[in-house]
Design a protein around this ligand. Structure first.
Ligand SMILES: Nc1ncnc2c1ncn2[C@@H]1O[C@H](COP(=O)(O)OP(=O)(O)OP(=O)(O)O)[C@@H](O)[C@H]1O
Length: 265
């Protein structure tokens, strides 16, 4: 792990943005997540790591109710955003997902122009009163996603015509256009080359000043580079959660140690 630049920034003063207690997830009869308790801090990048099938993406999807879209999936327990139960019957999942945005593994821009990809969310959520407002949101979201300079002269070209790395930054711009409070990223760099990966990682670090970011990653180097907190999942259990430097240099649980030293995975 010598090549990893472990960020030792103090995030201990940050407050809990999301609290999860006793979260269980079932796909039909299969018990995929077992009794997960975690506090996701504000202003912090939290990495979810662990071997394939351990439940990282399942738990990530619990945080903005994306699992609601899977018919056989049942979520039990409690997840609160700023103290409010996100599974309360009165919560509209579409509104929740504007507050807790998501970026997926494969860049998935809509078959629309670059401008319309970013404008879509603010339009459907009625966040703008005029075309000028919308133009401003599109520009500022593309700037925050570090894409503005590359696309400002072709905003009406199709989003699908961009390179993979640009498409992923477009998806990040689209997710942040609704001013979310939390950004969930499910292996956002897995389809990107090293240069695009570095750009997205740099962006993640900048974004955490405005959002809590939660990232699922298979790359321990990436977790160490971008996150301040790391959660290690194994066979549906959240085995260990703590400050990233501690998890990678001084894990408490032998399963975490085996994973980070490459003995399980
Ligand atoms: N839509 C689904 N229907 C049924 N079972 C599912 C579904 N999605 C995930 N699972 C199961 O839930 C468990 C956890 O899967 P999940 O995708 O959350 O793991 P993961 O840690 O994100 O894996 P990976 O790193 O391979 O993406 C696995 O056993 C998986 O087969």
């Amino acid at each position: 792990m010598n090549d990893m630049r472990i960020l030792e920034r103090d995030v201990s003063a940050n407050t809990a943005k999301i609290t999860a207690r006793g979260v269980q997830v079932y796909y039909g009869e299969s018990h995929a997540l077992k009794d997960v308790d975690v506090d996701i801090l504000s202003g912090t990048v939290t990495a979810f790591i662990g071997p394939s099938g351990c439940g990282k993406s399942t738990f990530l999807r619990c945080l903005n109710r994306m699992n609601d879209t899977i018919a056989i999936c049942k979520v039990k327990g409690e997840i609160r955003l700023d103290g409010a139960d996100i599974y309360d019957k009165r919560v509209d999942p579409v509104v929740l997902r504007a507050k807790v945005g998501m970026v997926f593994q494969k860049p998935n821009p809509f078959p629309k122009s670059i401008y319309d990809n970013v404008a879509y969310g603010p339009k459907i959520h009625g966040l703008t009163r005029s075309k000028t407002d919308l133009d401003e949101i599109v520009e500022s979201s593309l700037r925050k996603a570090a894409l503005w300079n590359e696309v400002k002269d072709r905003l009406h070209a199709p989003g699908t015509g961009l390179s993979g790395g640009q498409q992923q930054r477009l998806c990040i711009a689209r997710a942040i256009a609704t001013s979310p409070e939390v950004l969930l990223m499910d292996e956002p760099c897995s389809a990107l080359d090293p240069i695009a990966t570095a750009q997205v990682e740099e962006l993640i670090d900048e974004l955490r000043s405005q959002f809590s970011v939660v990232i699922v990653t298979h790359s321990m180097q990436q977790a160490a580079r971008v996150s301040q907190r790391t959660a290690f999942f194994h066979m549906g259990h959240l085995v260990e959660y703590g400050e990233t430097g501690q998890i990678f240099t001084n894990p408490k649980d032998p399963r975490t140690e085996s994973y980070i030293t490459g003995r399980i995975g």
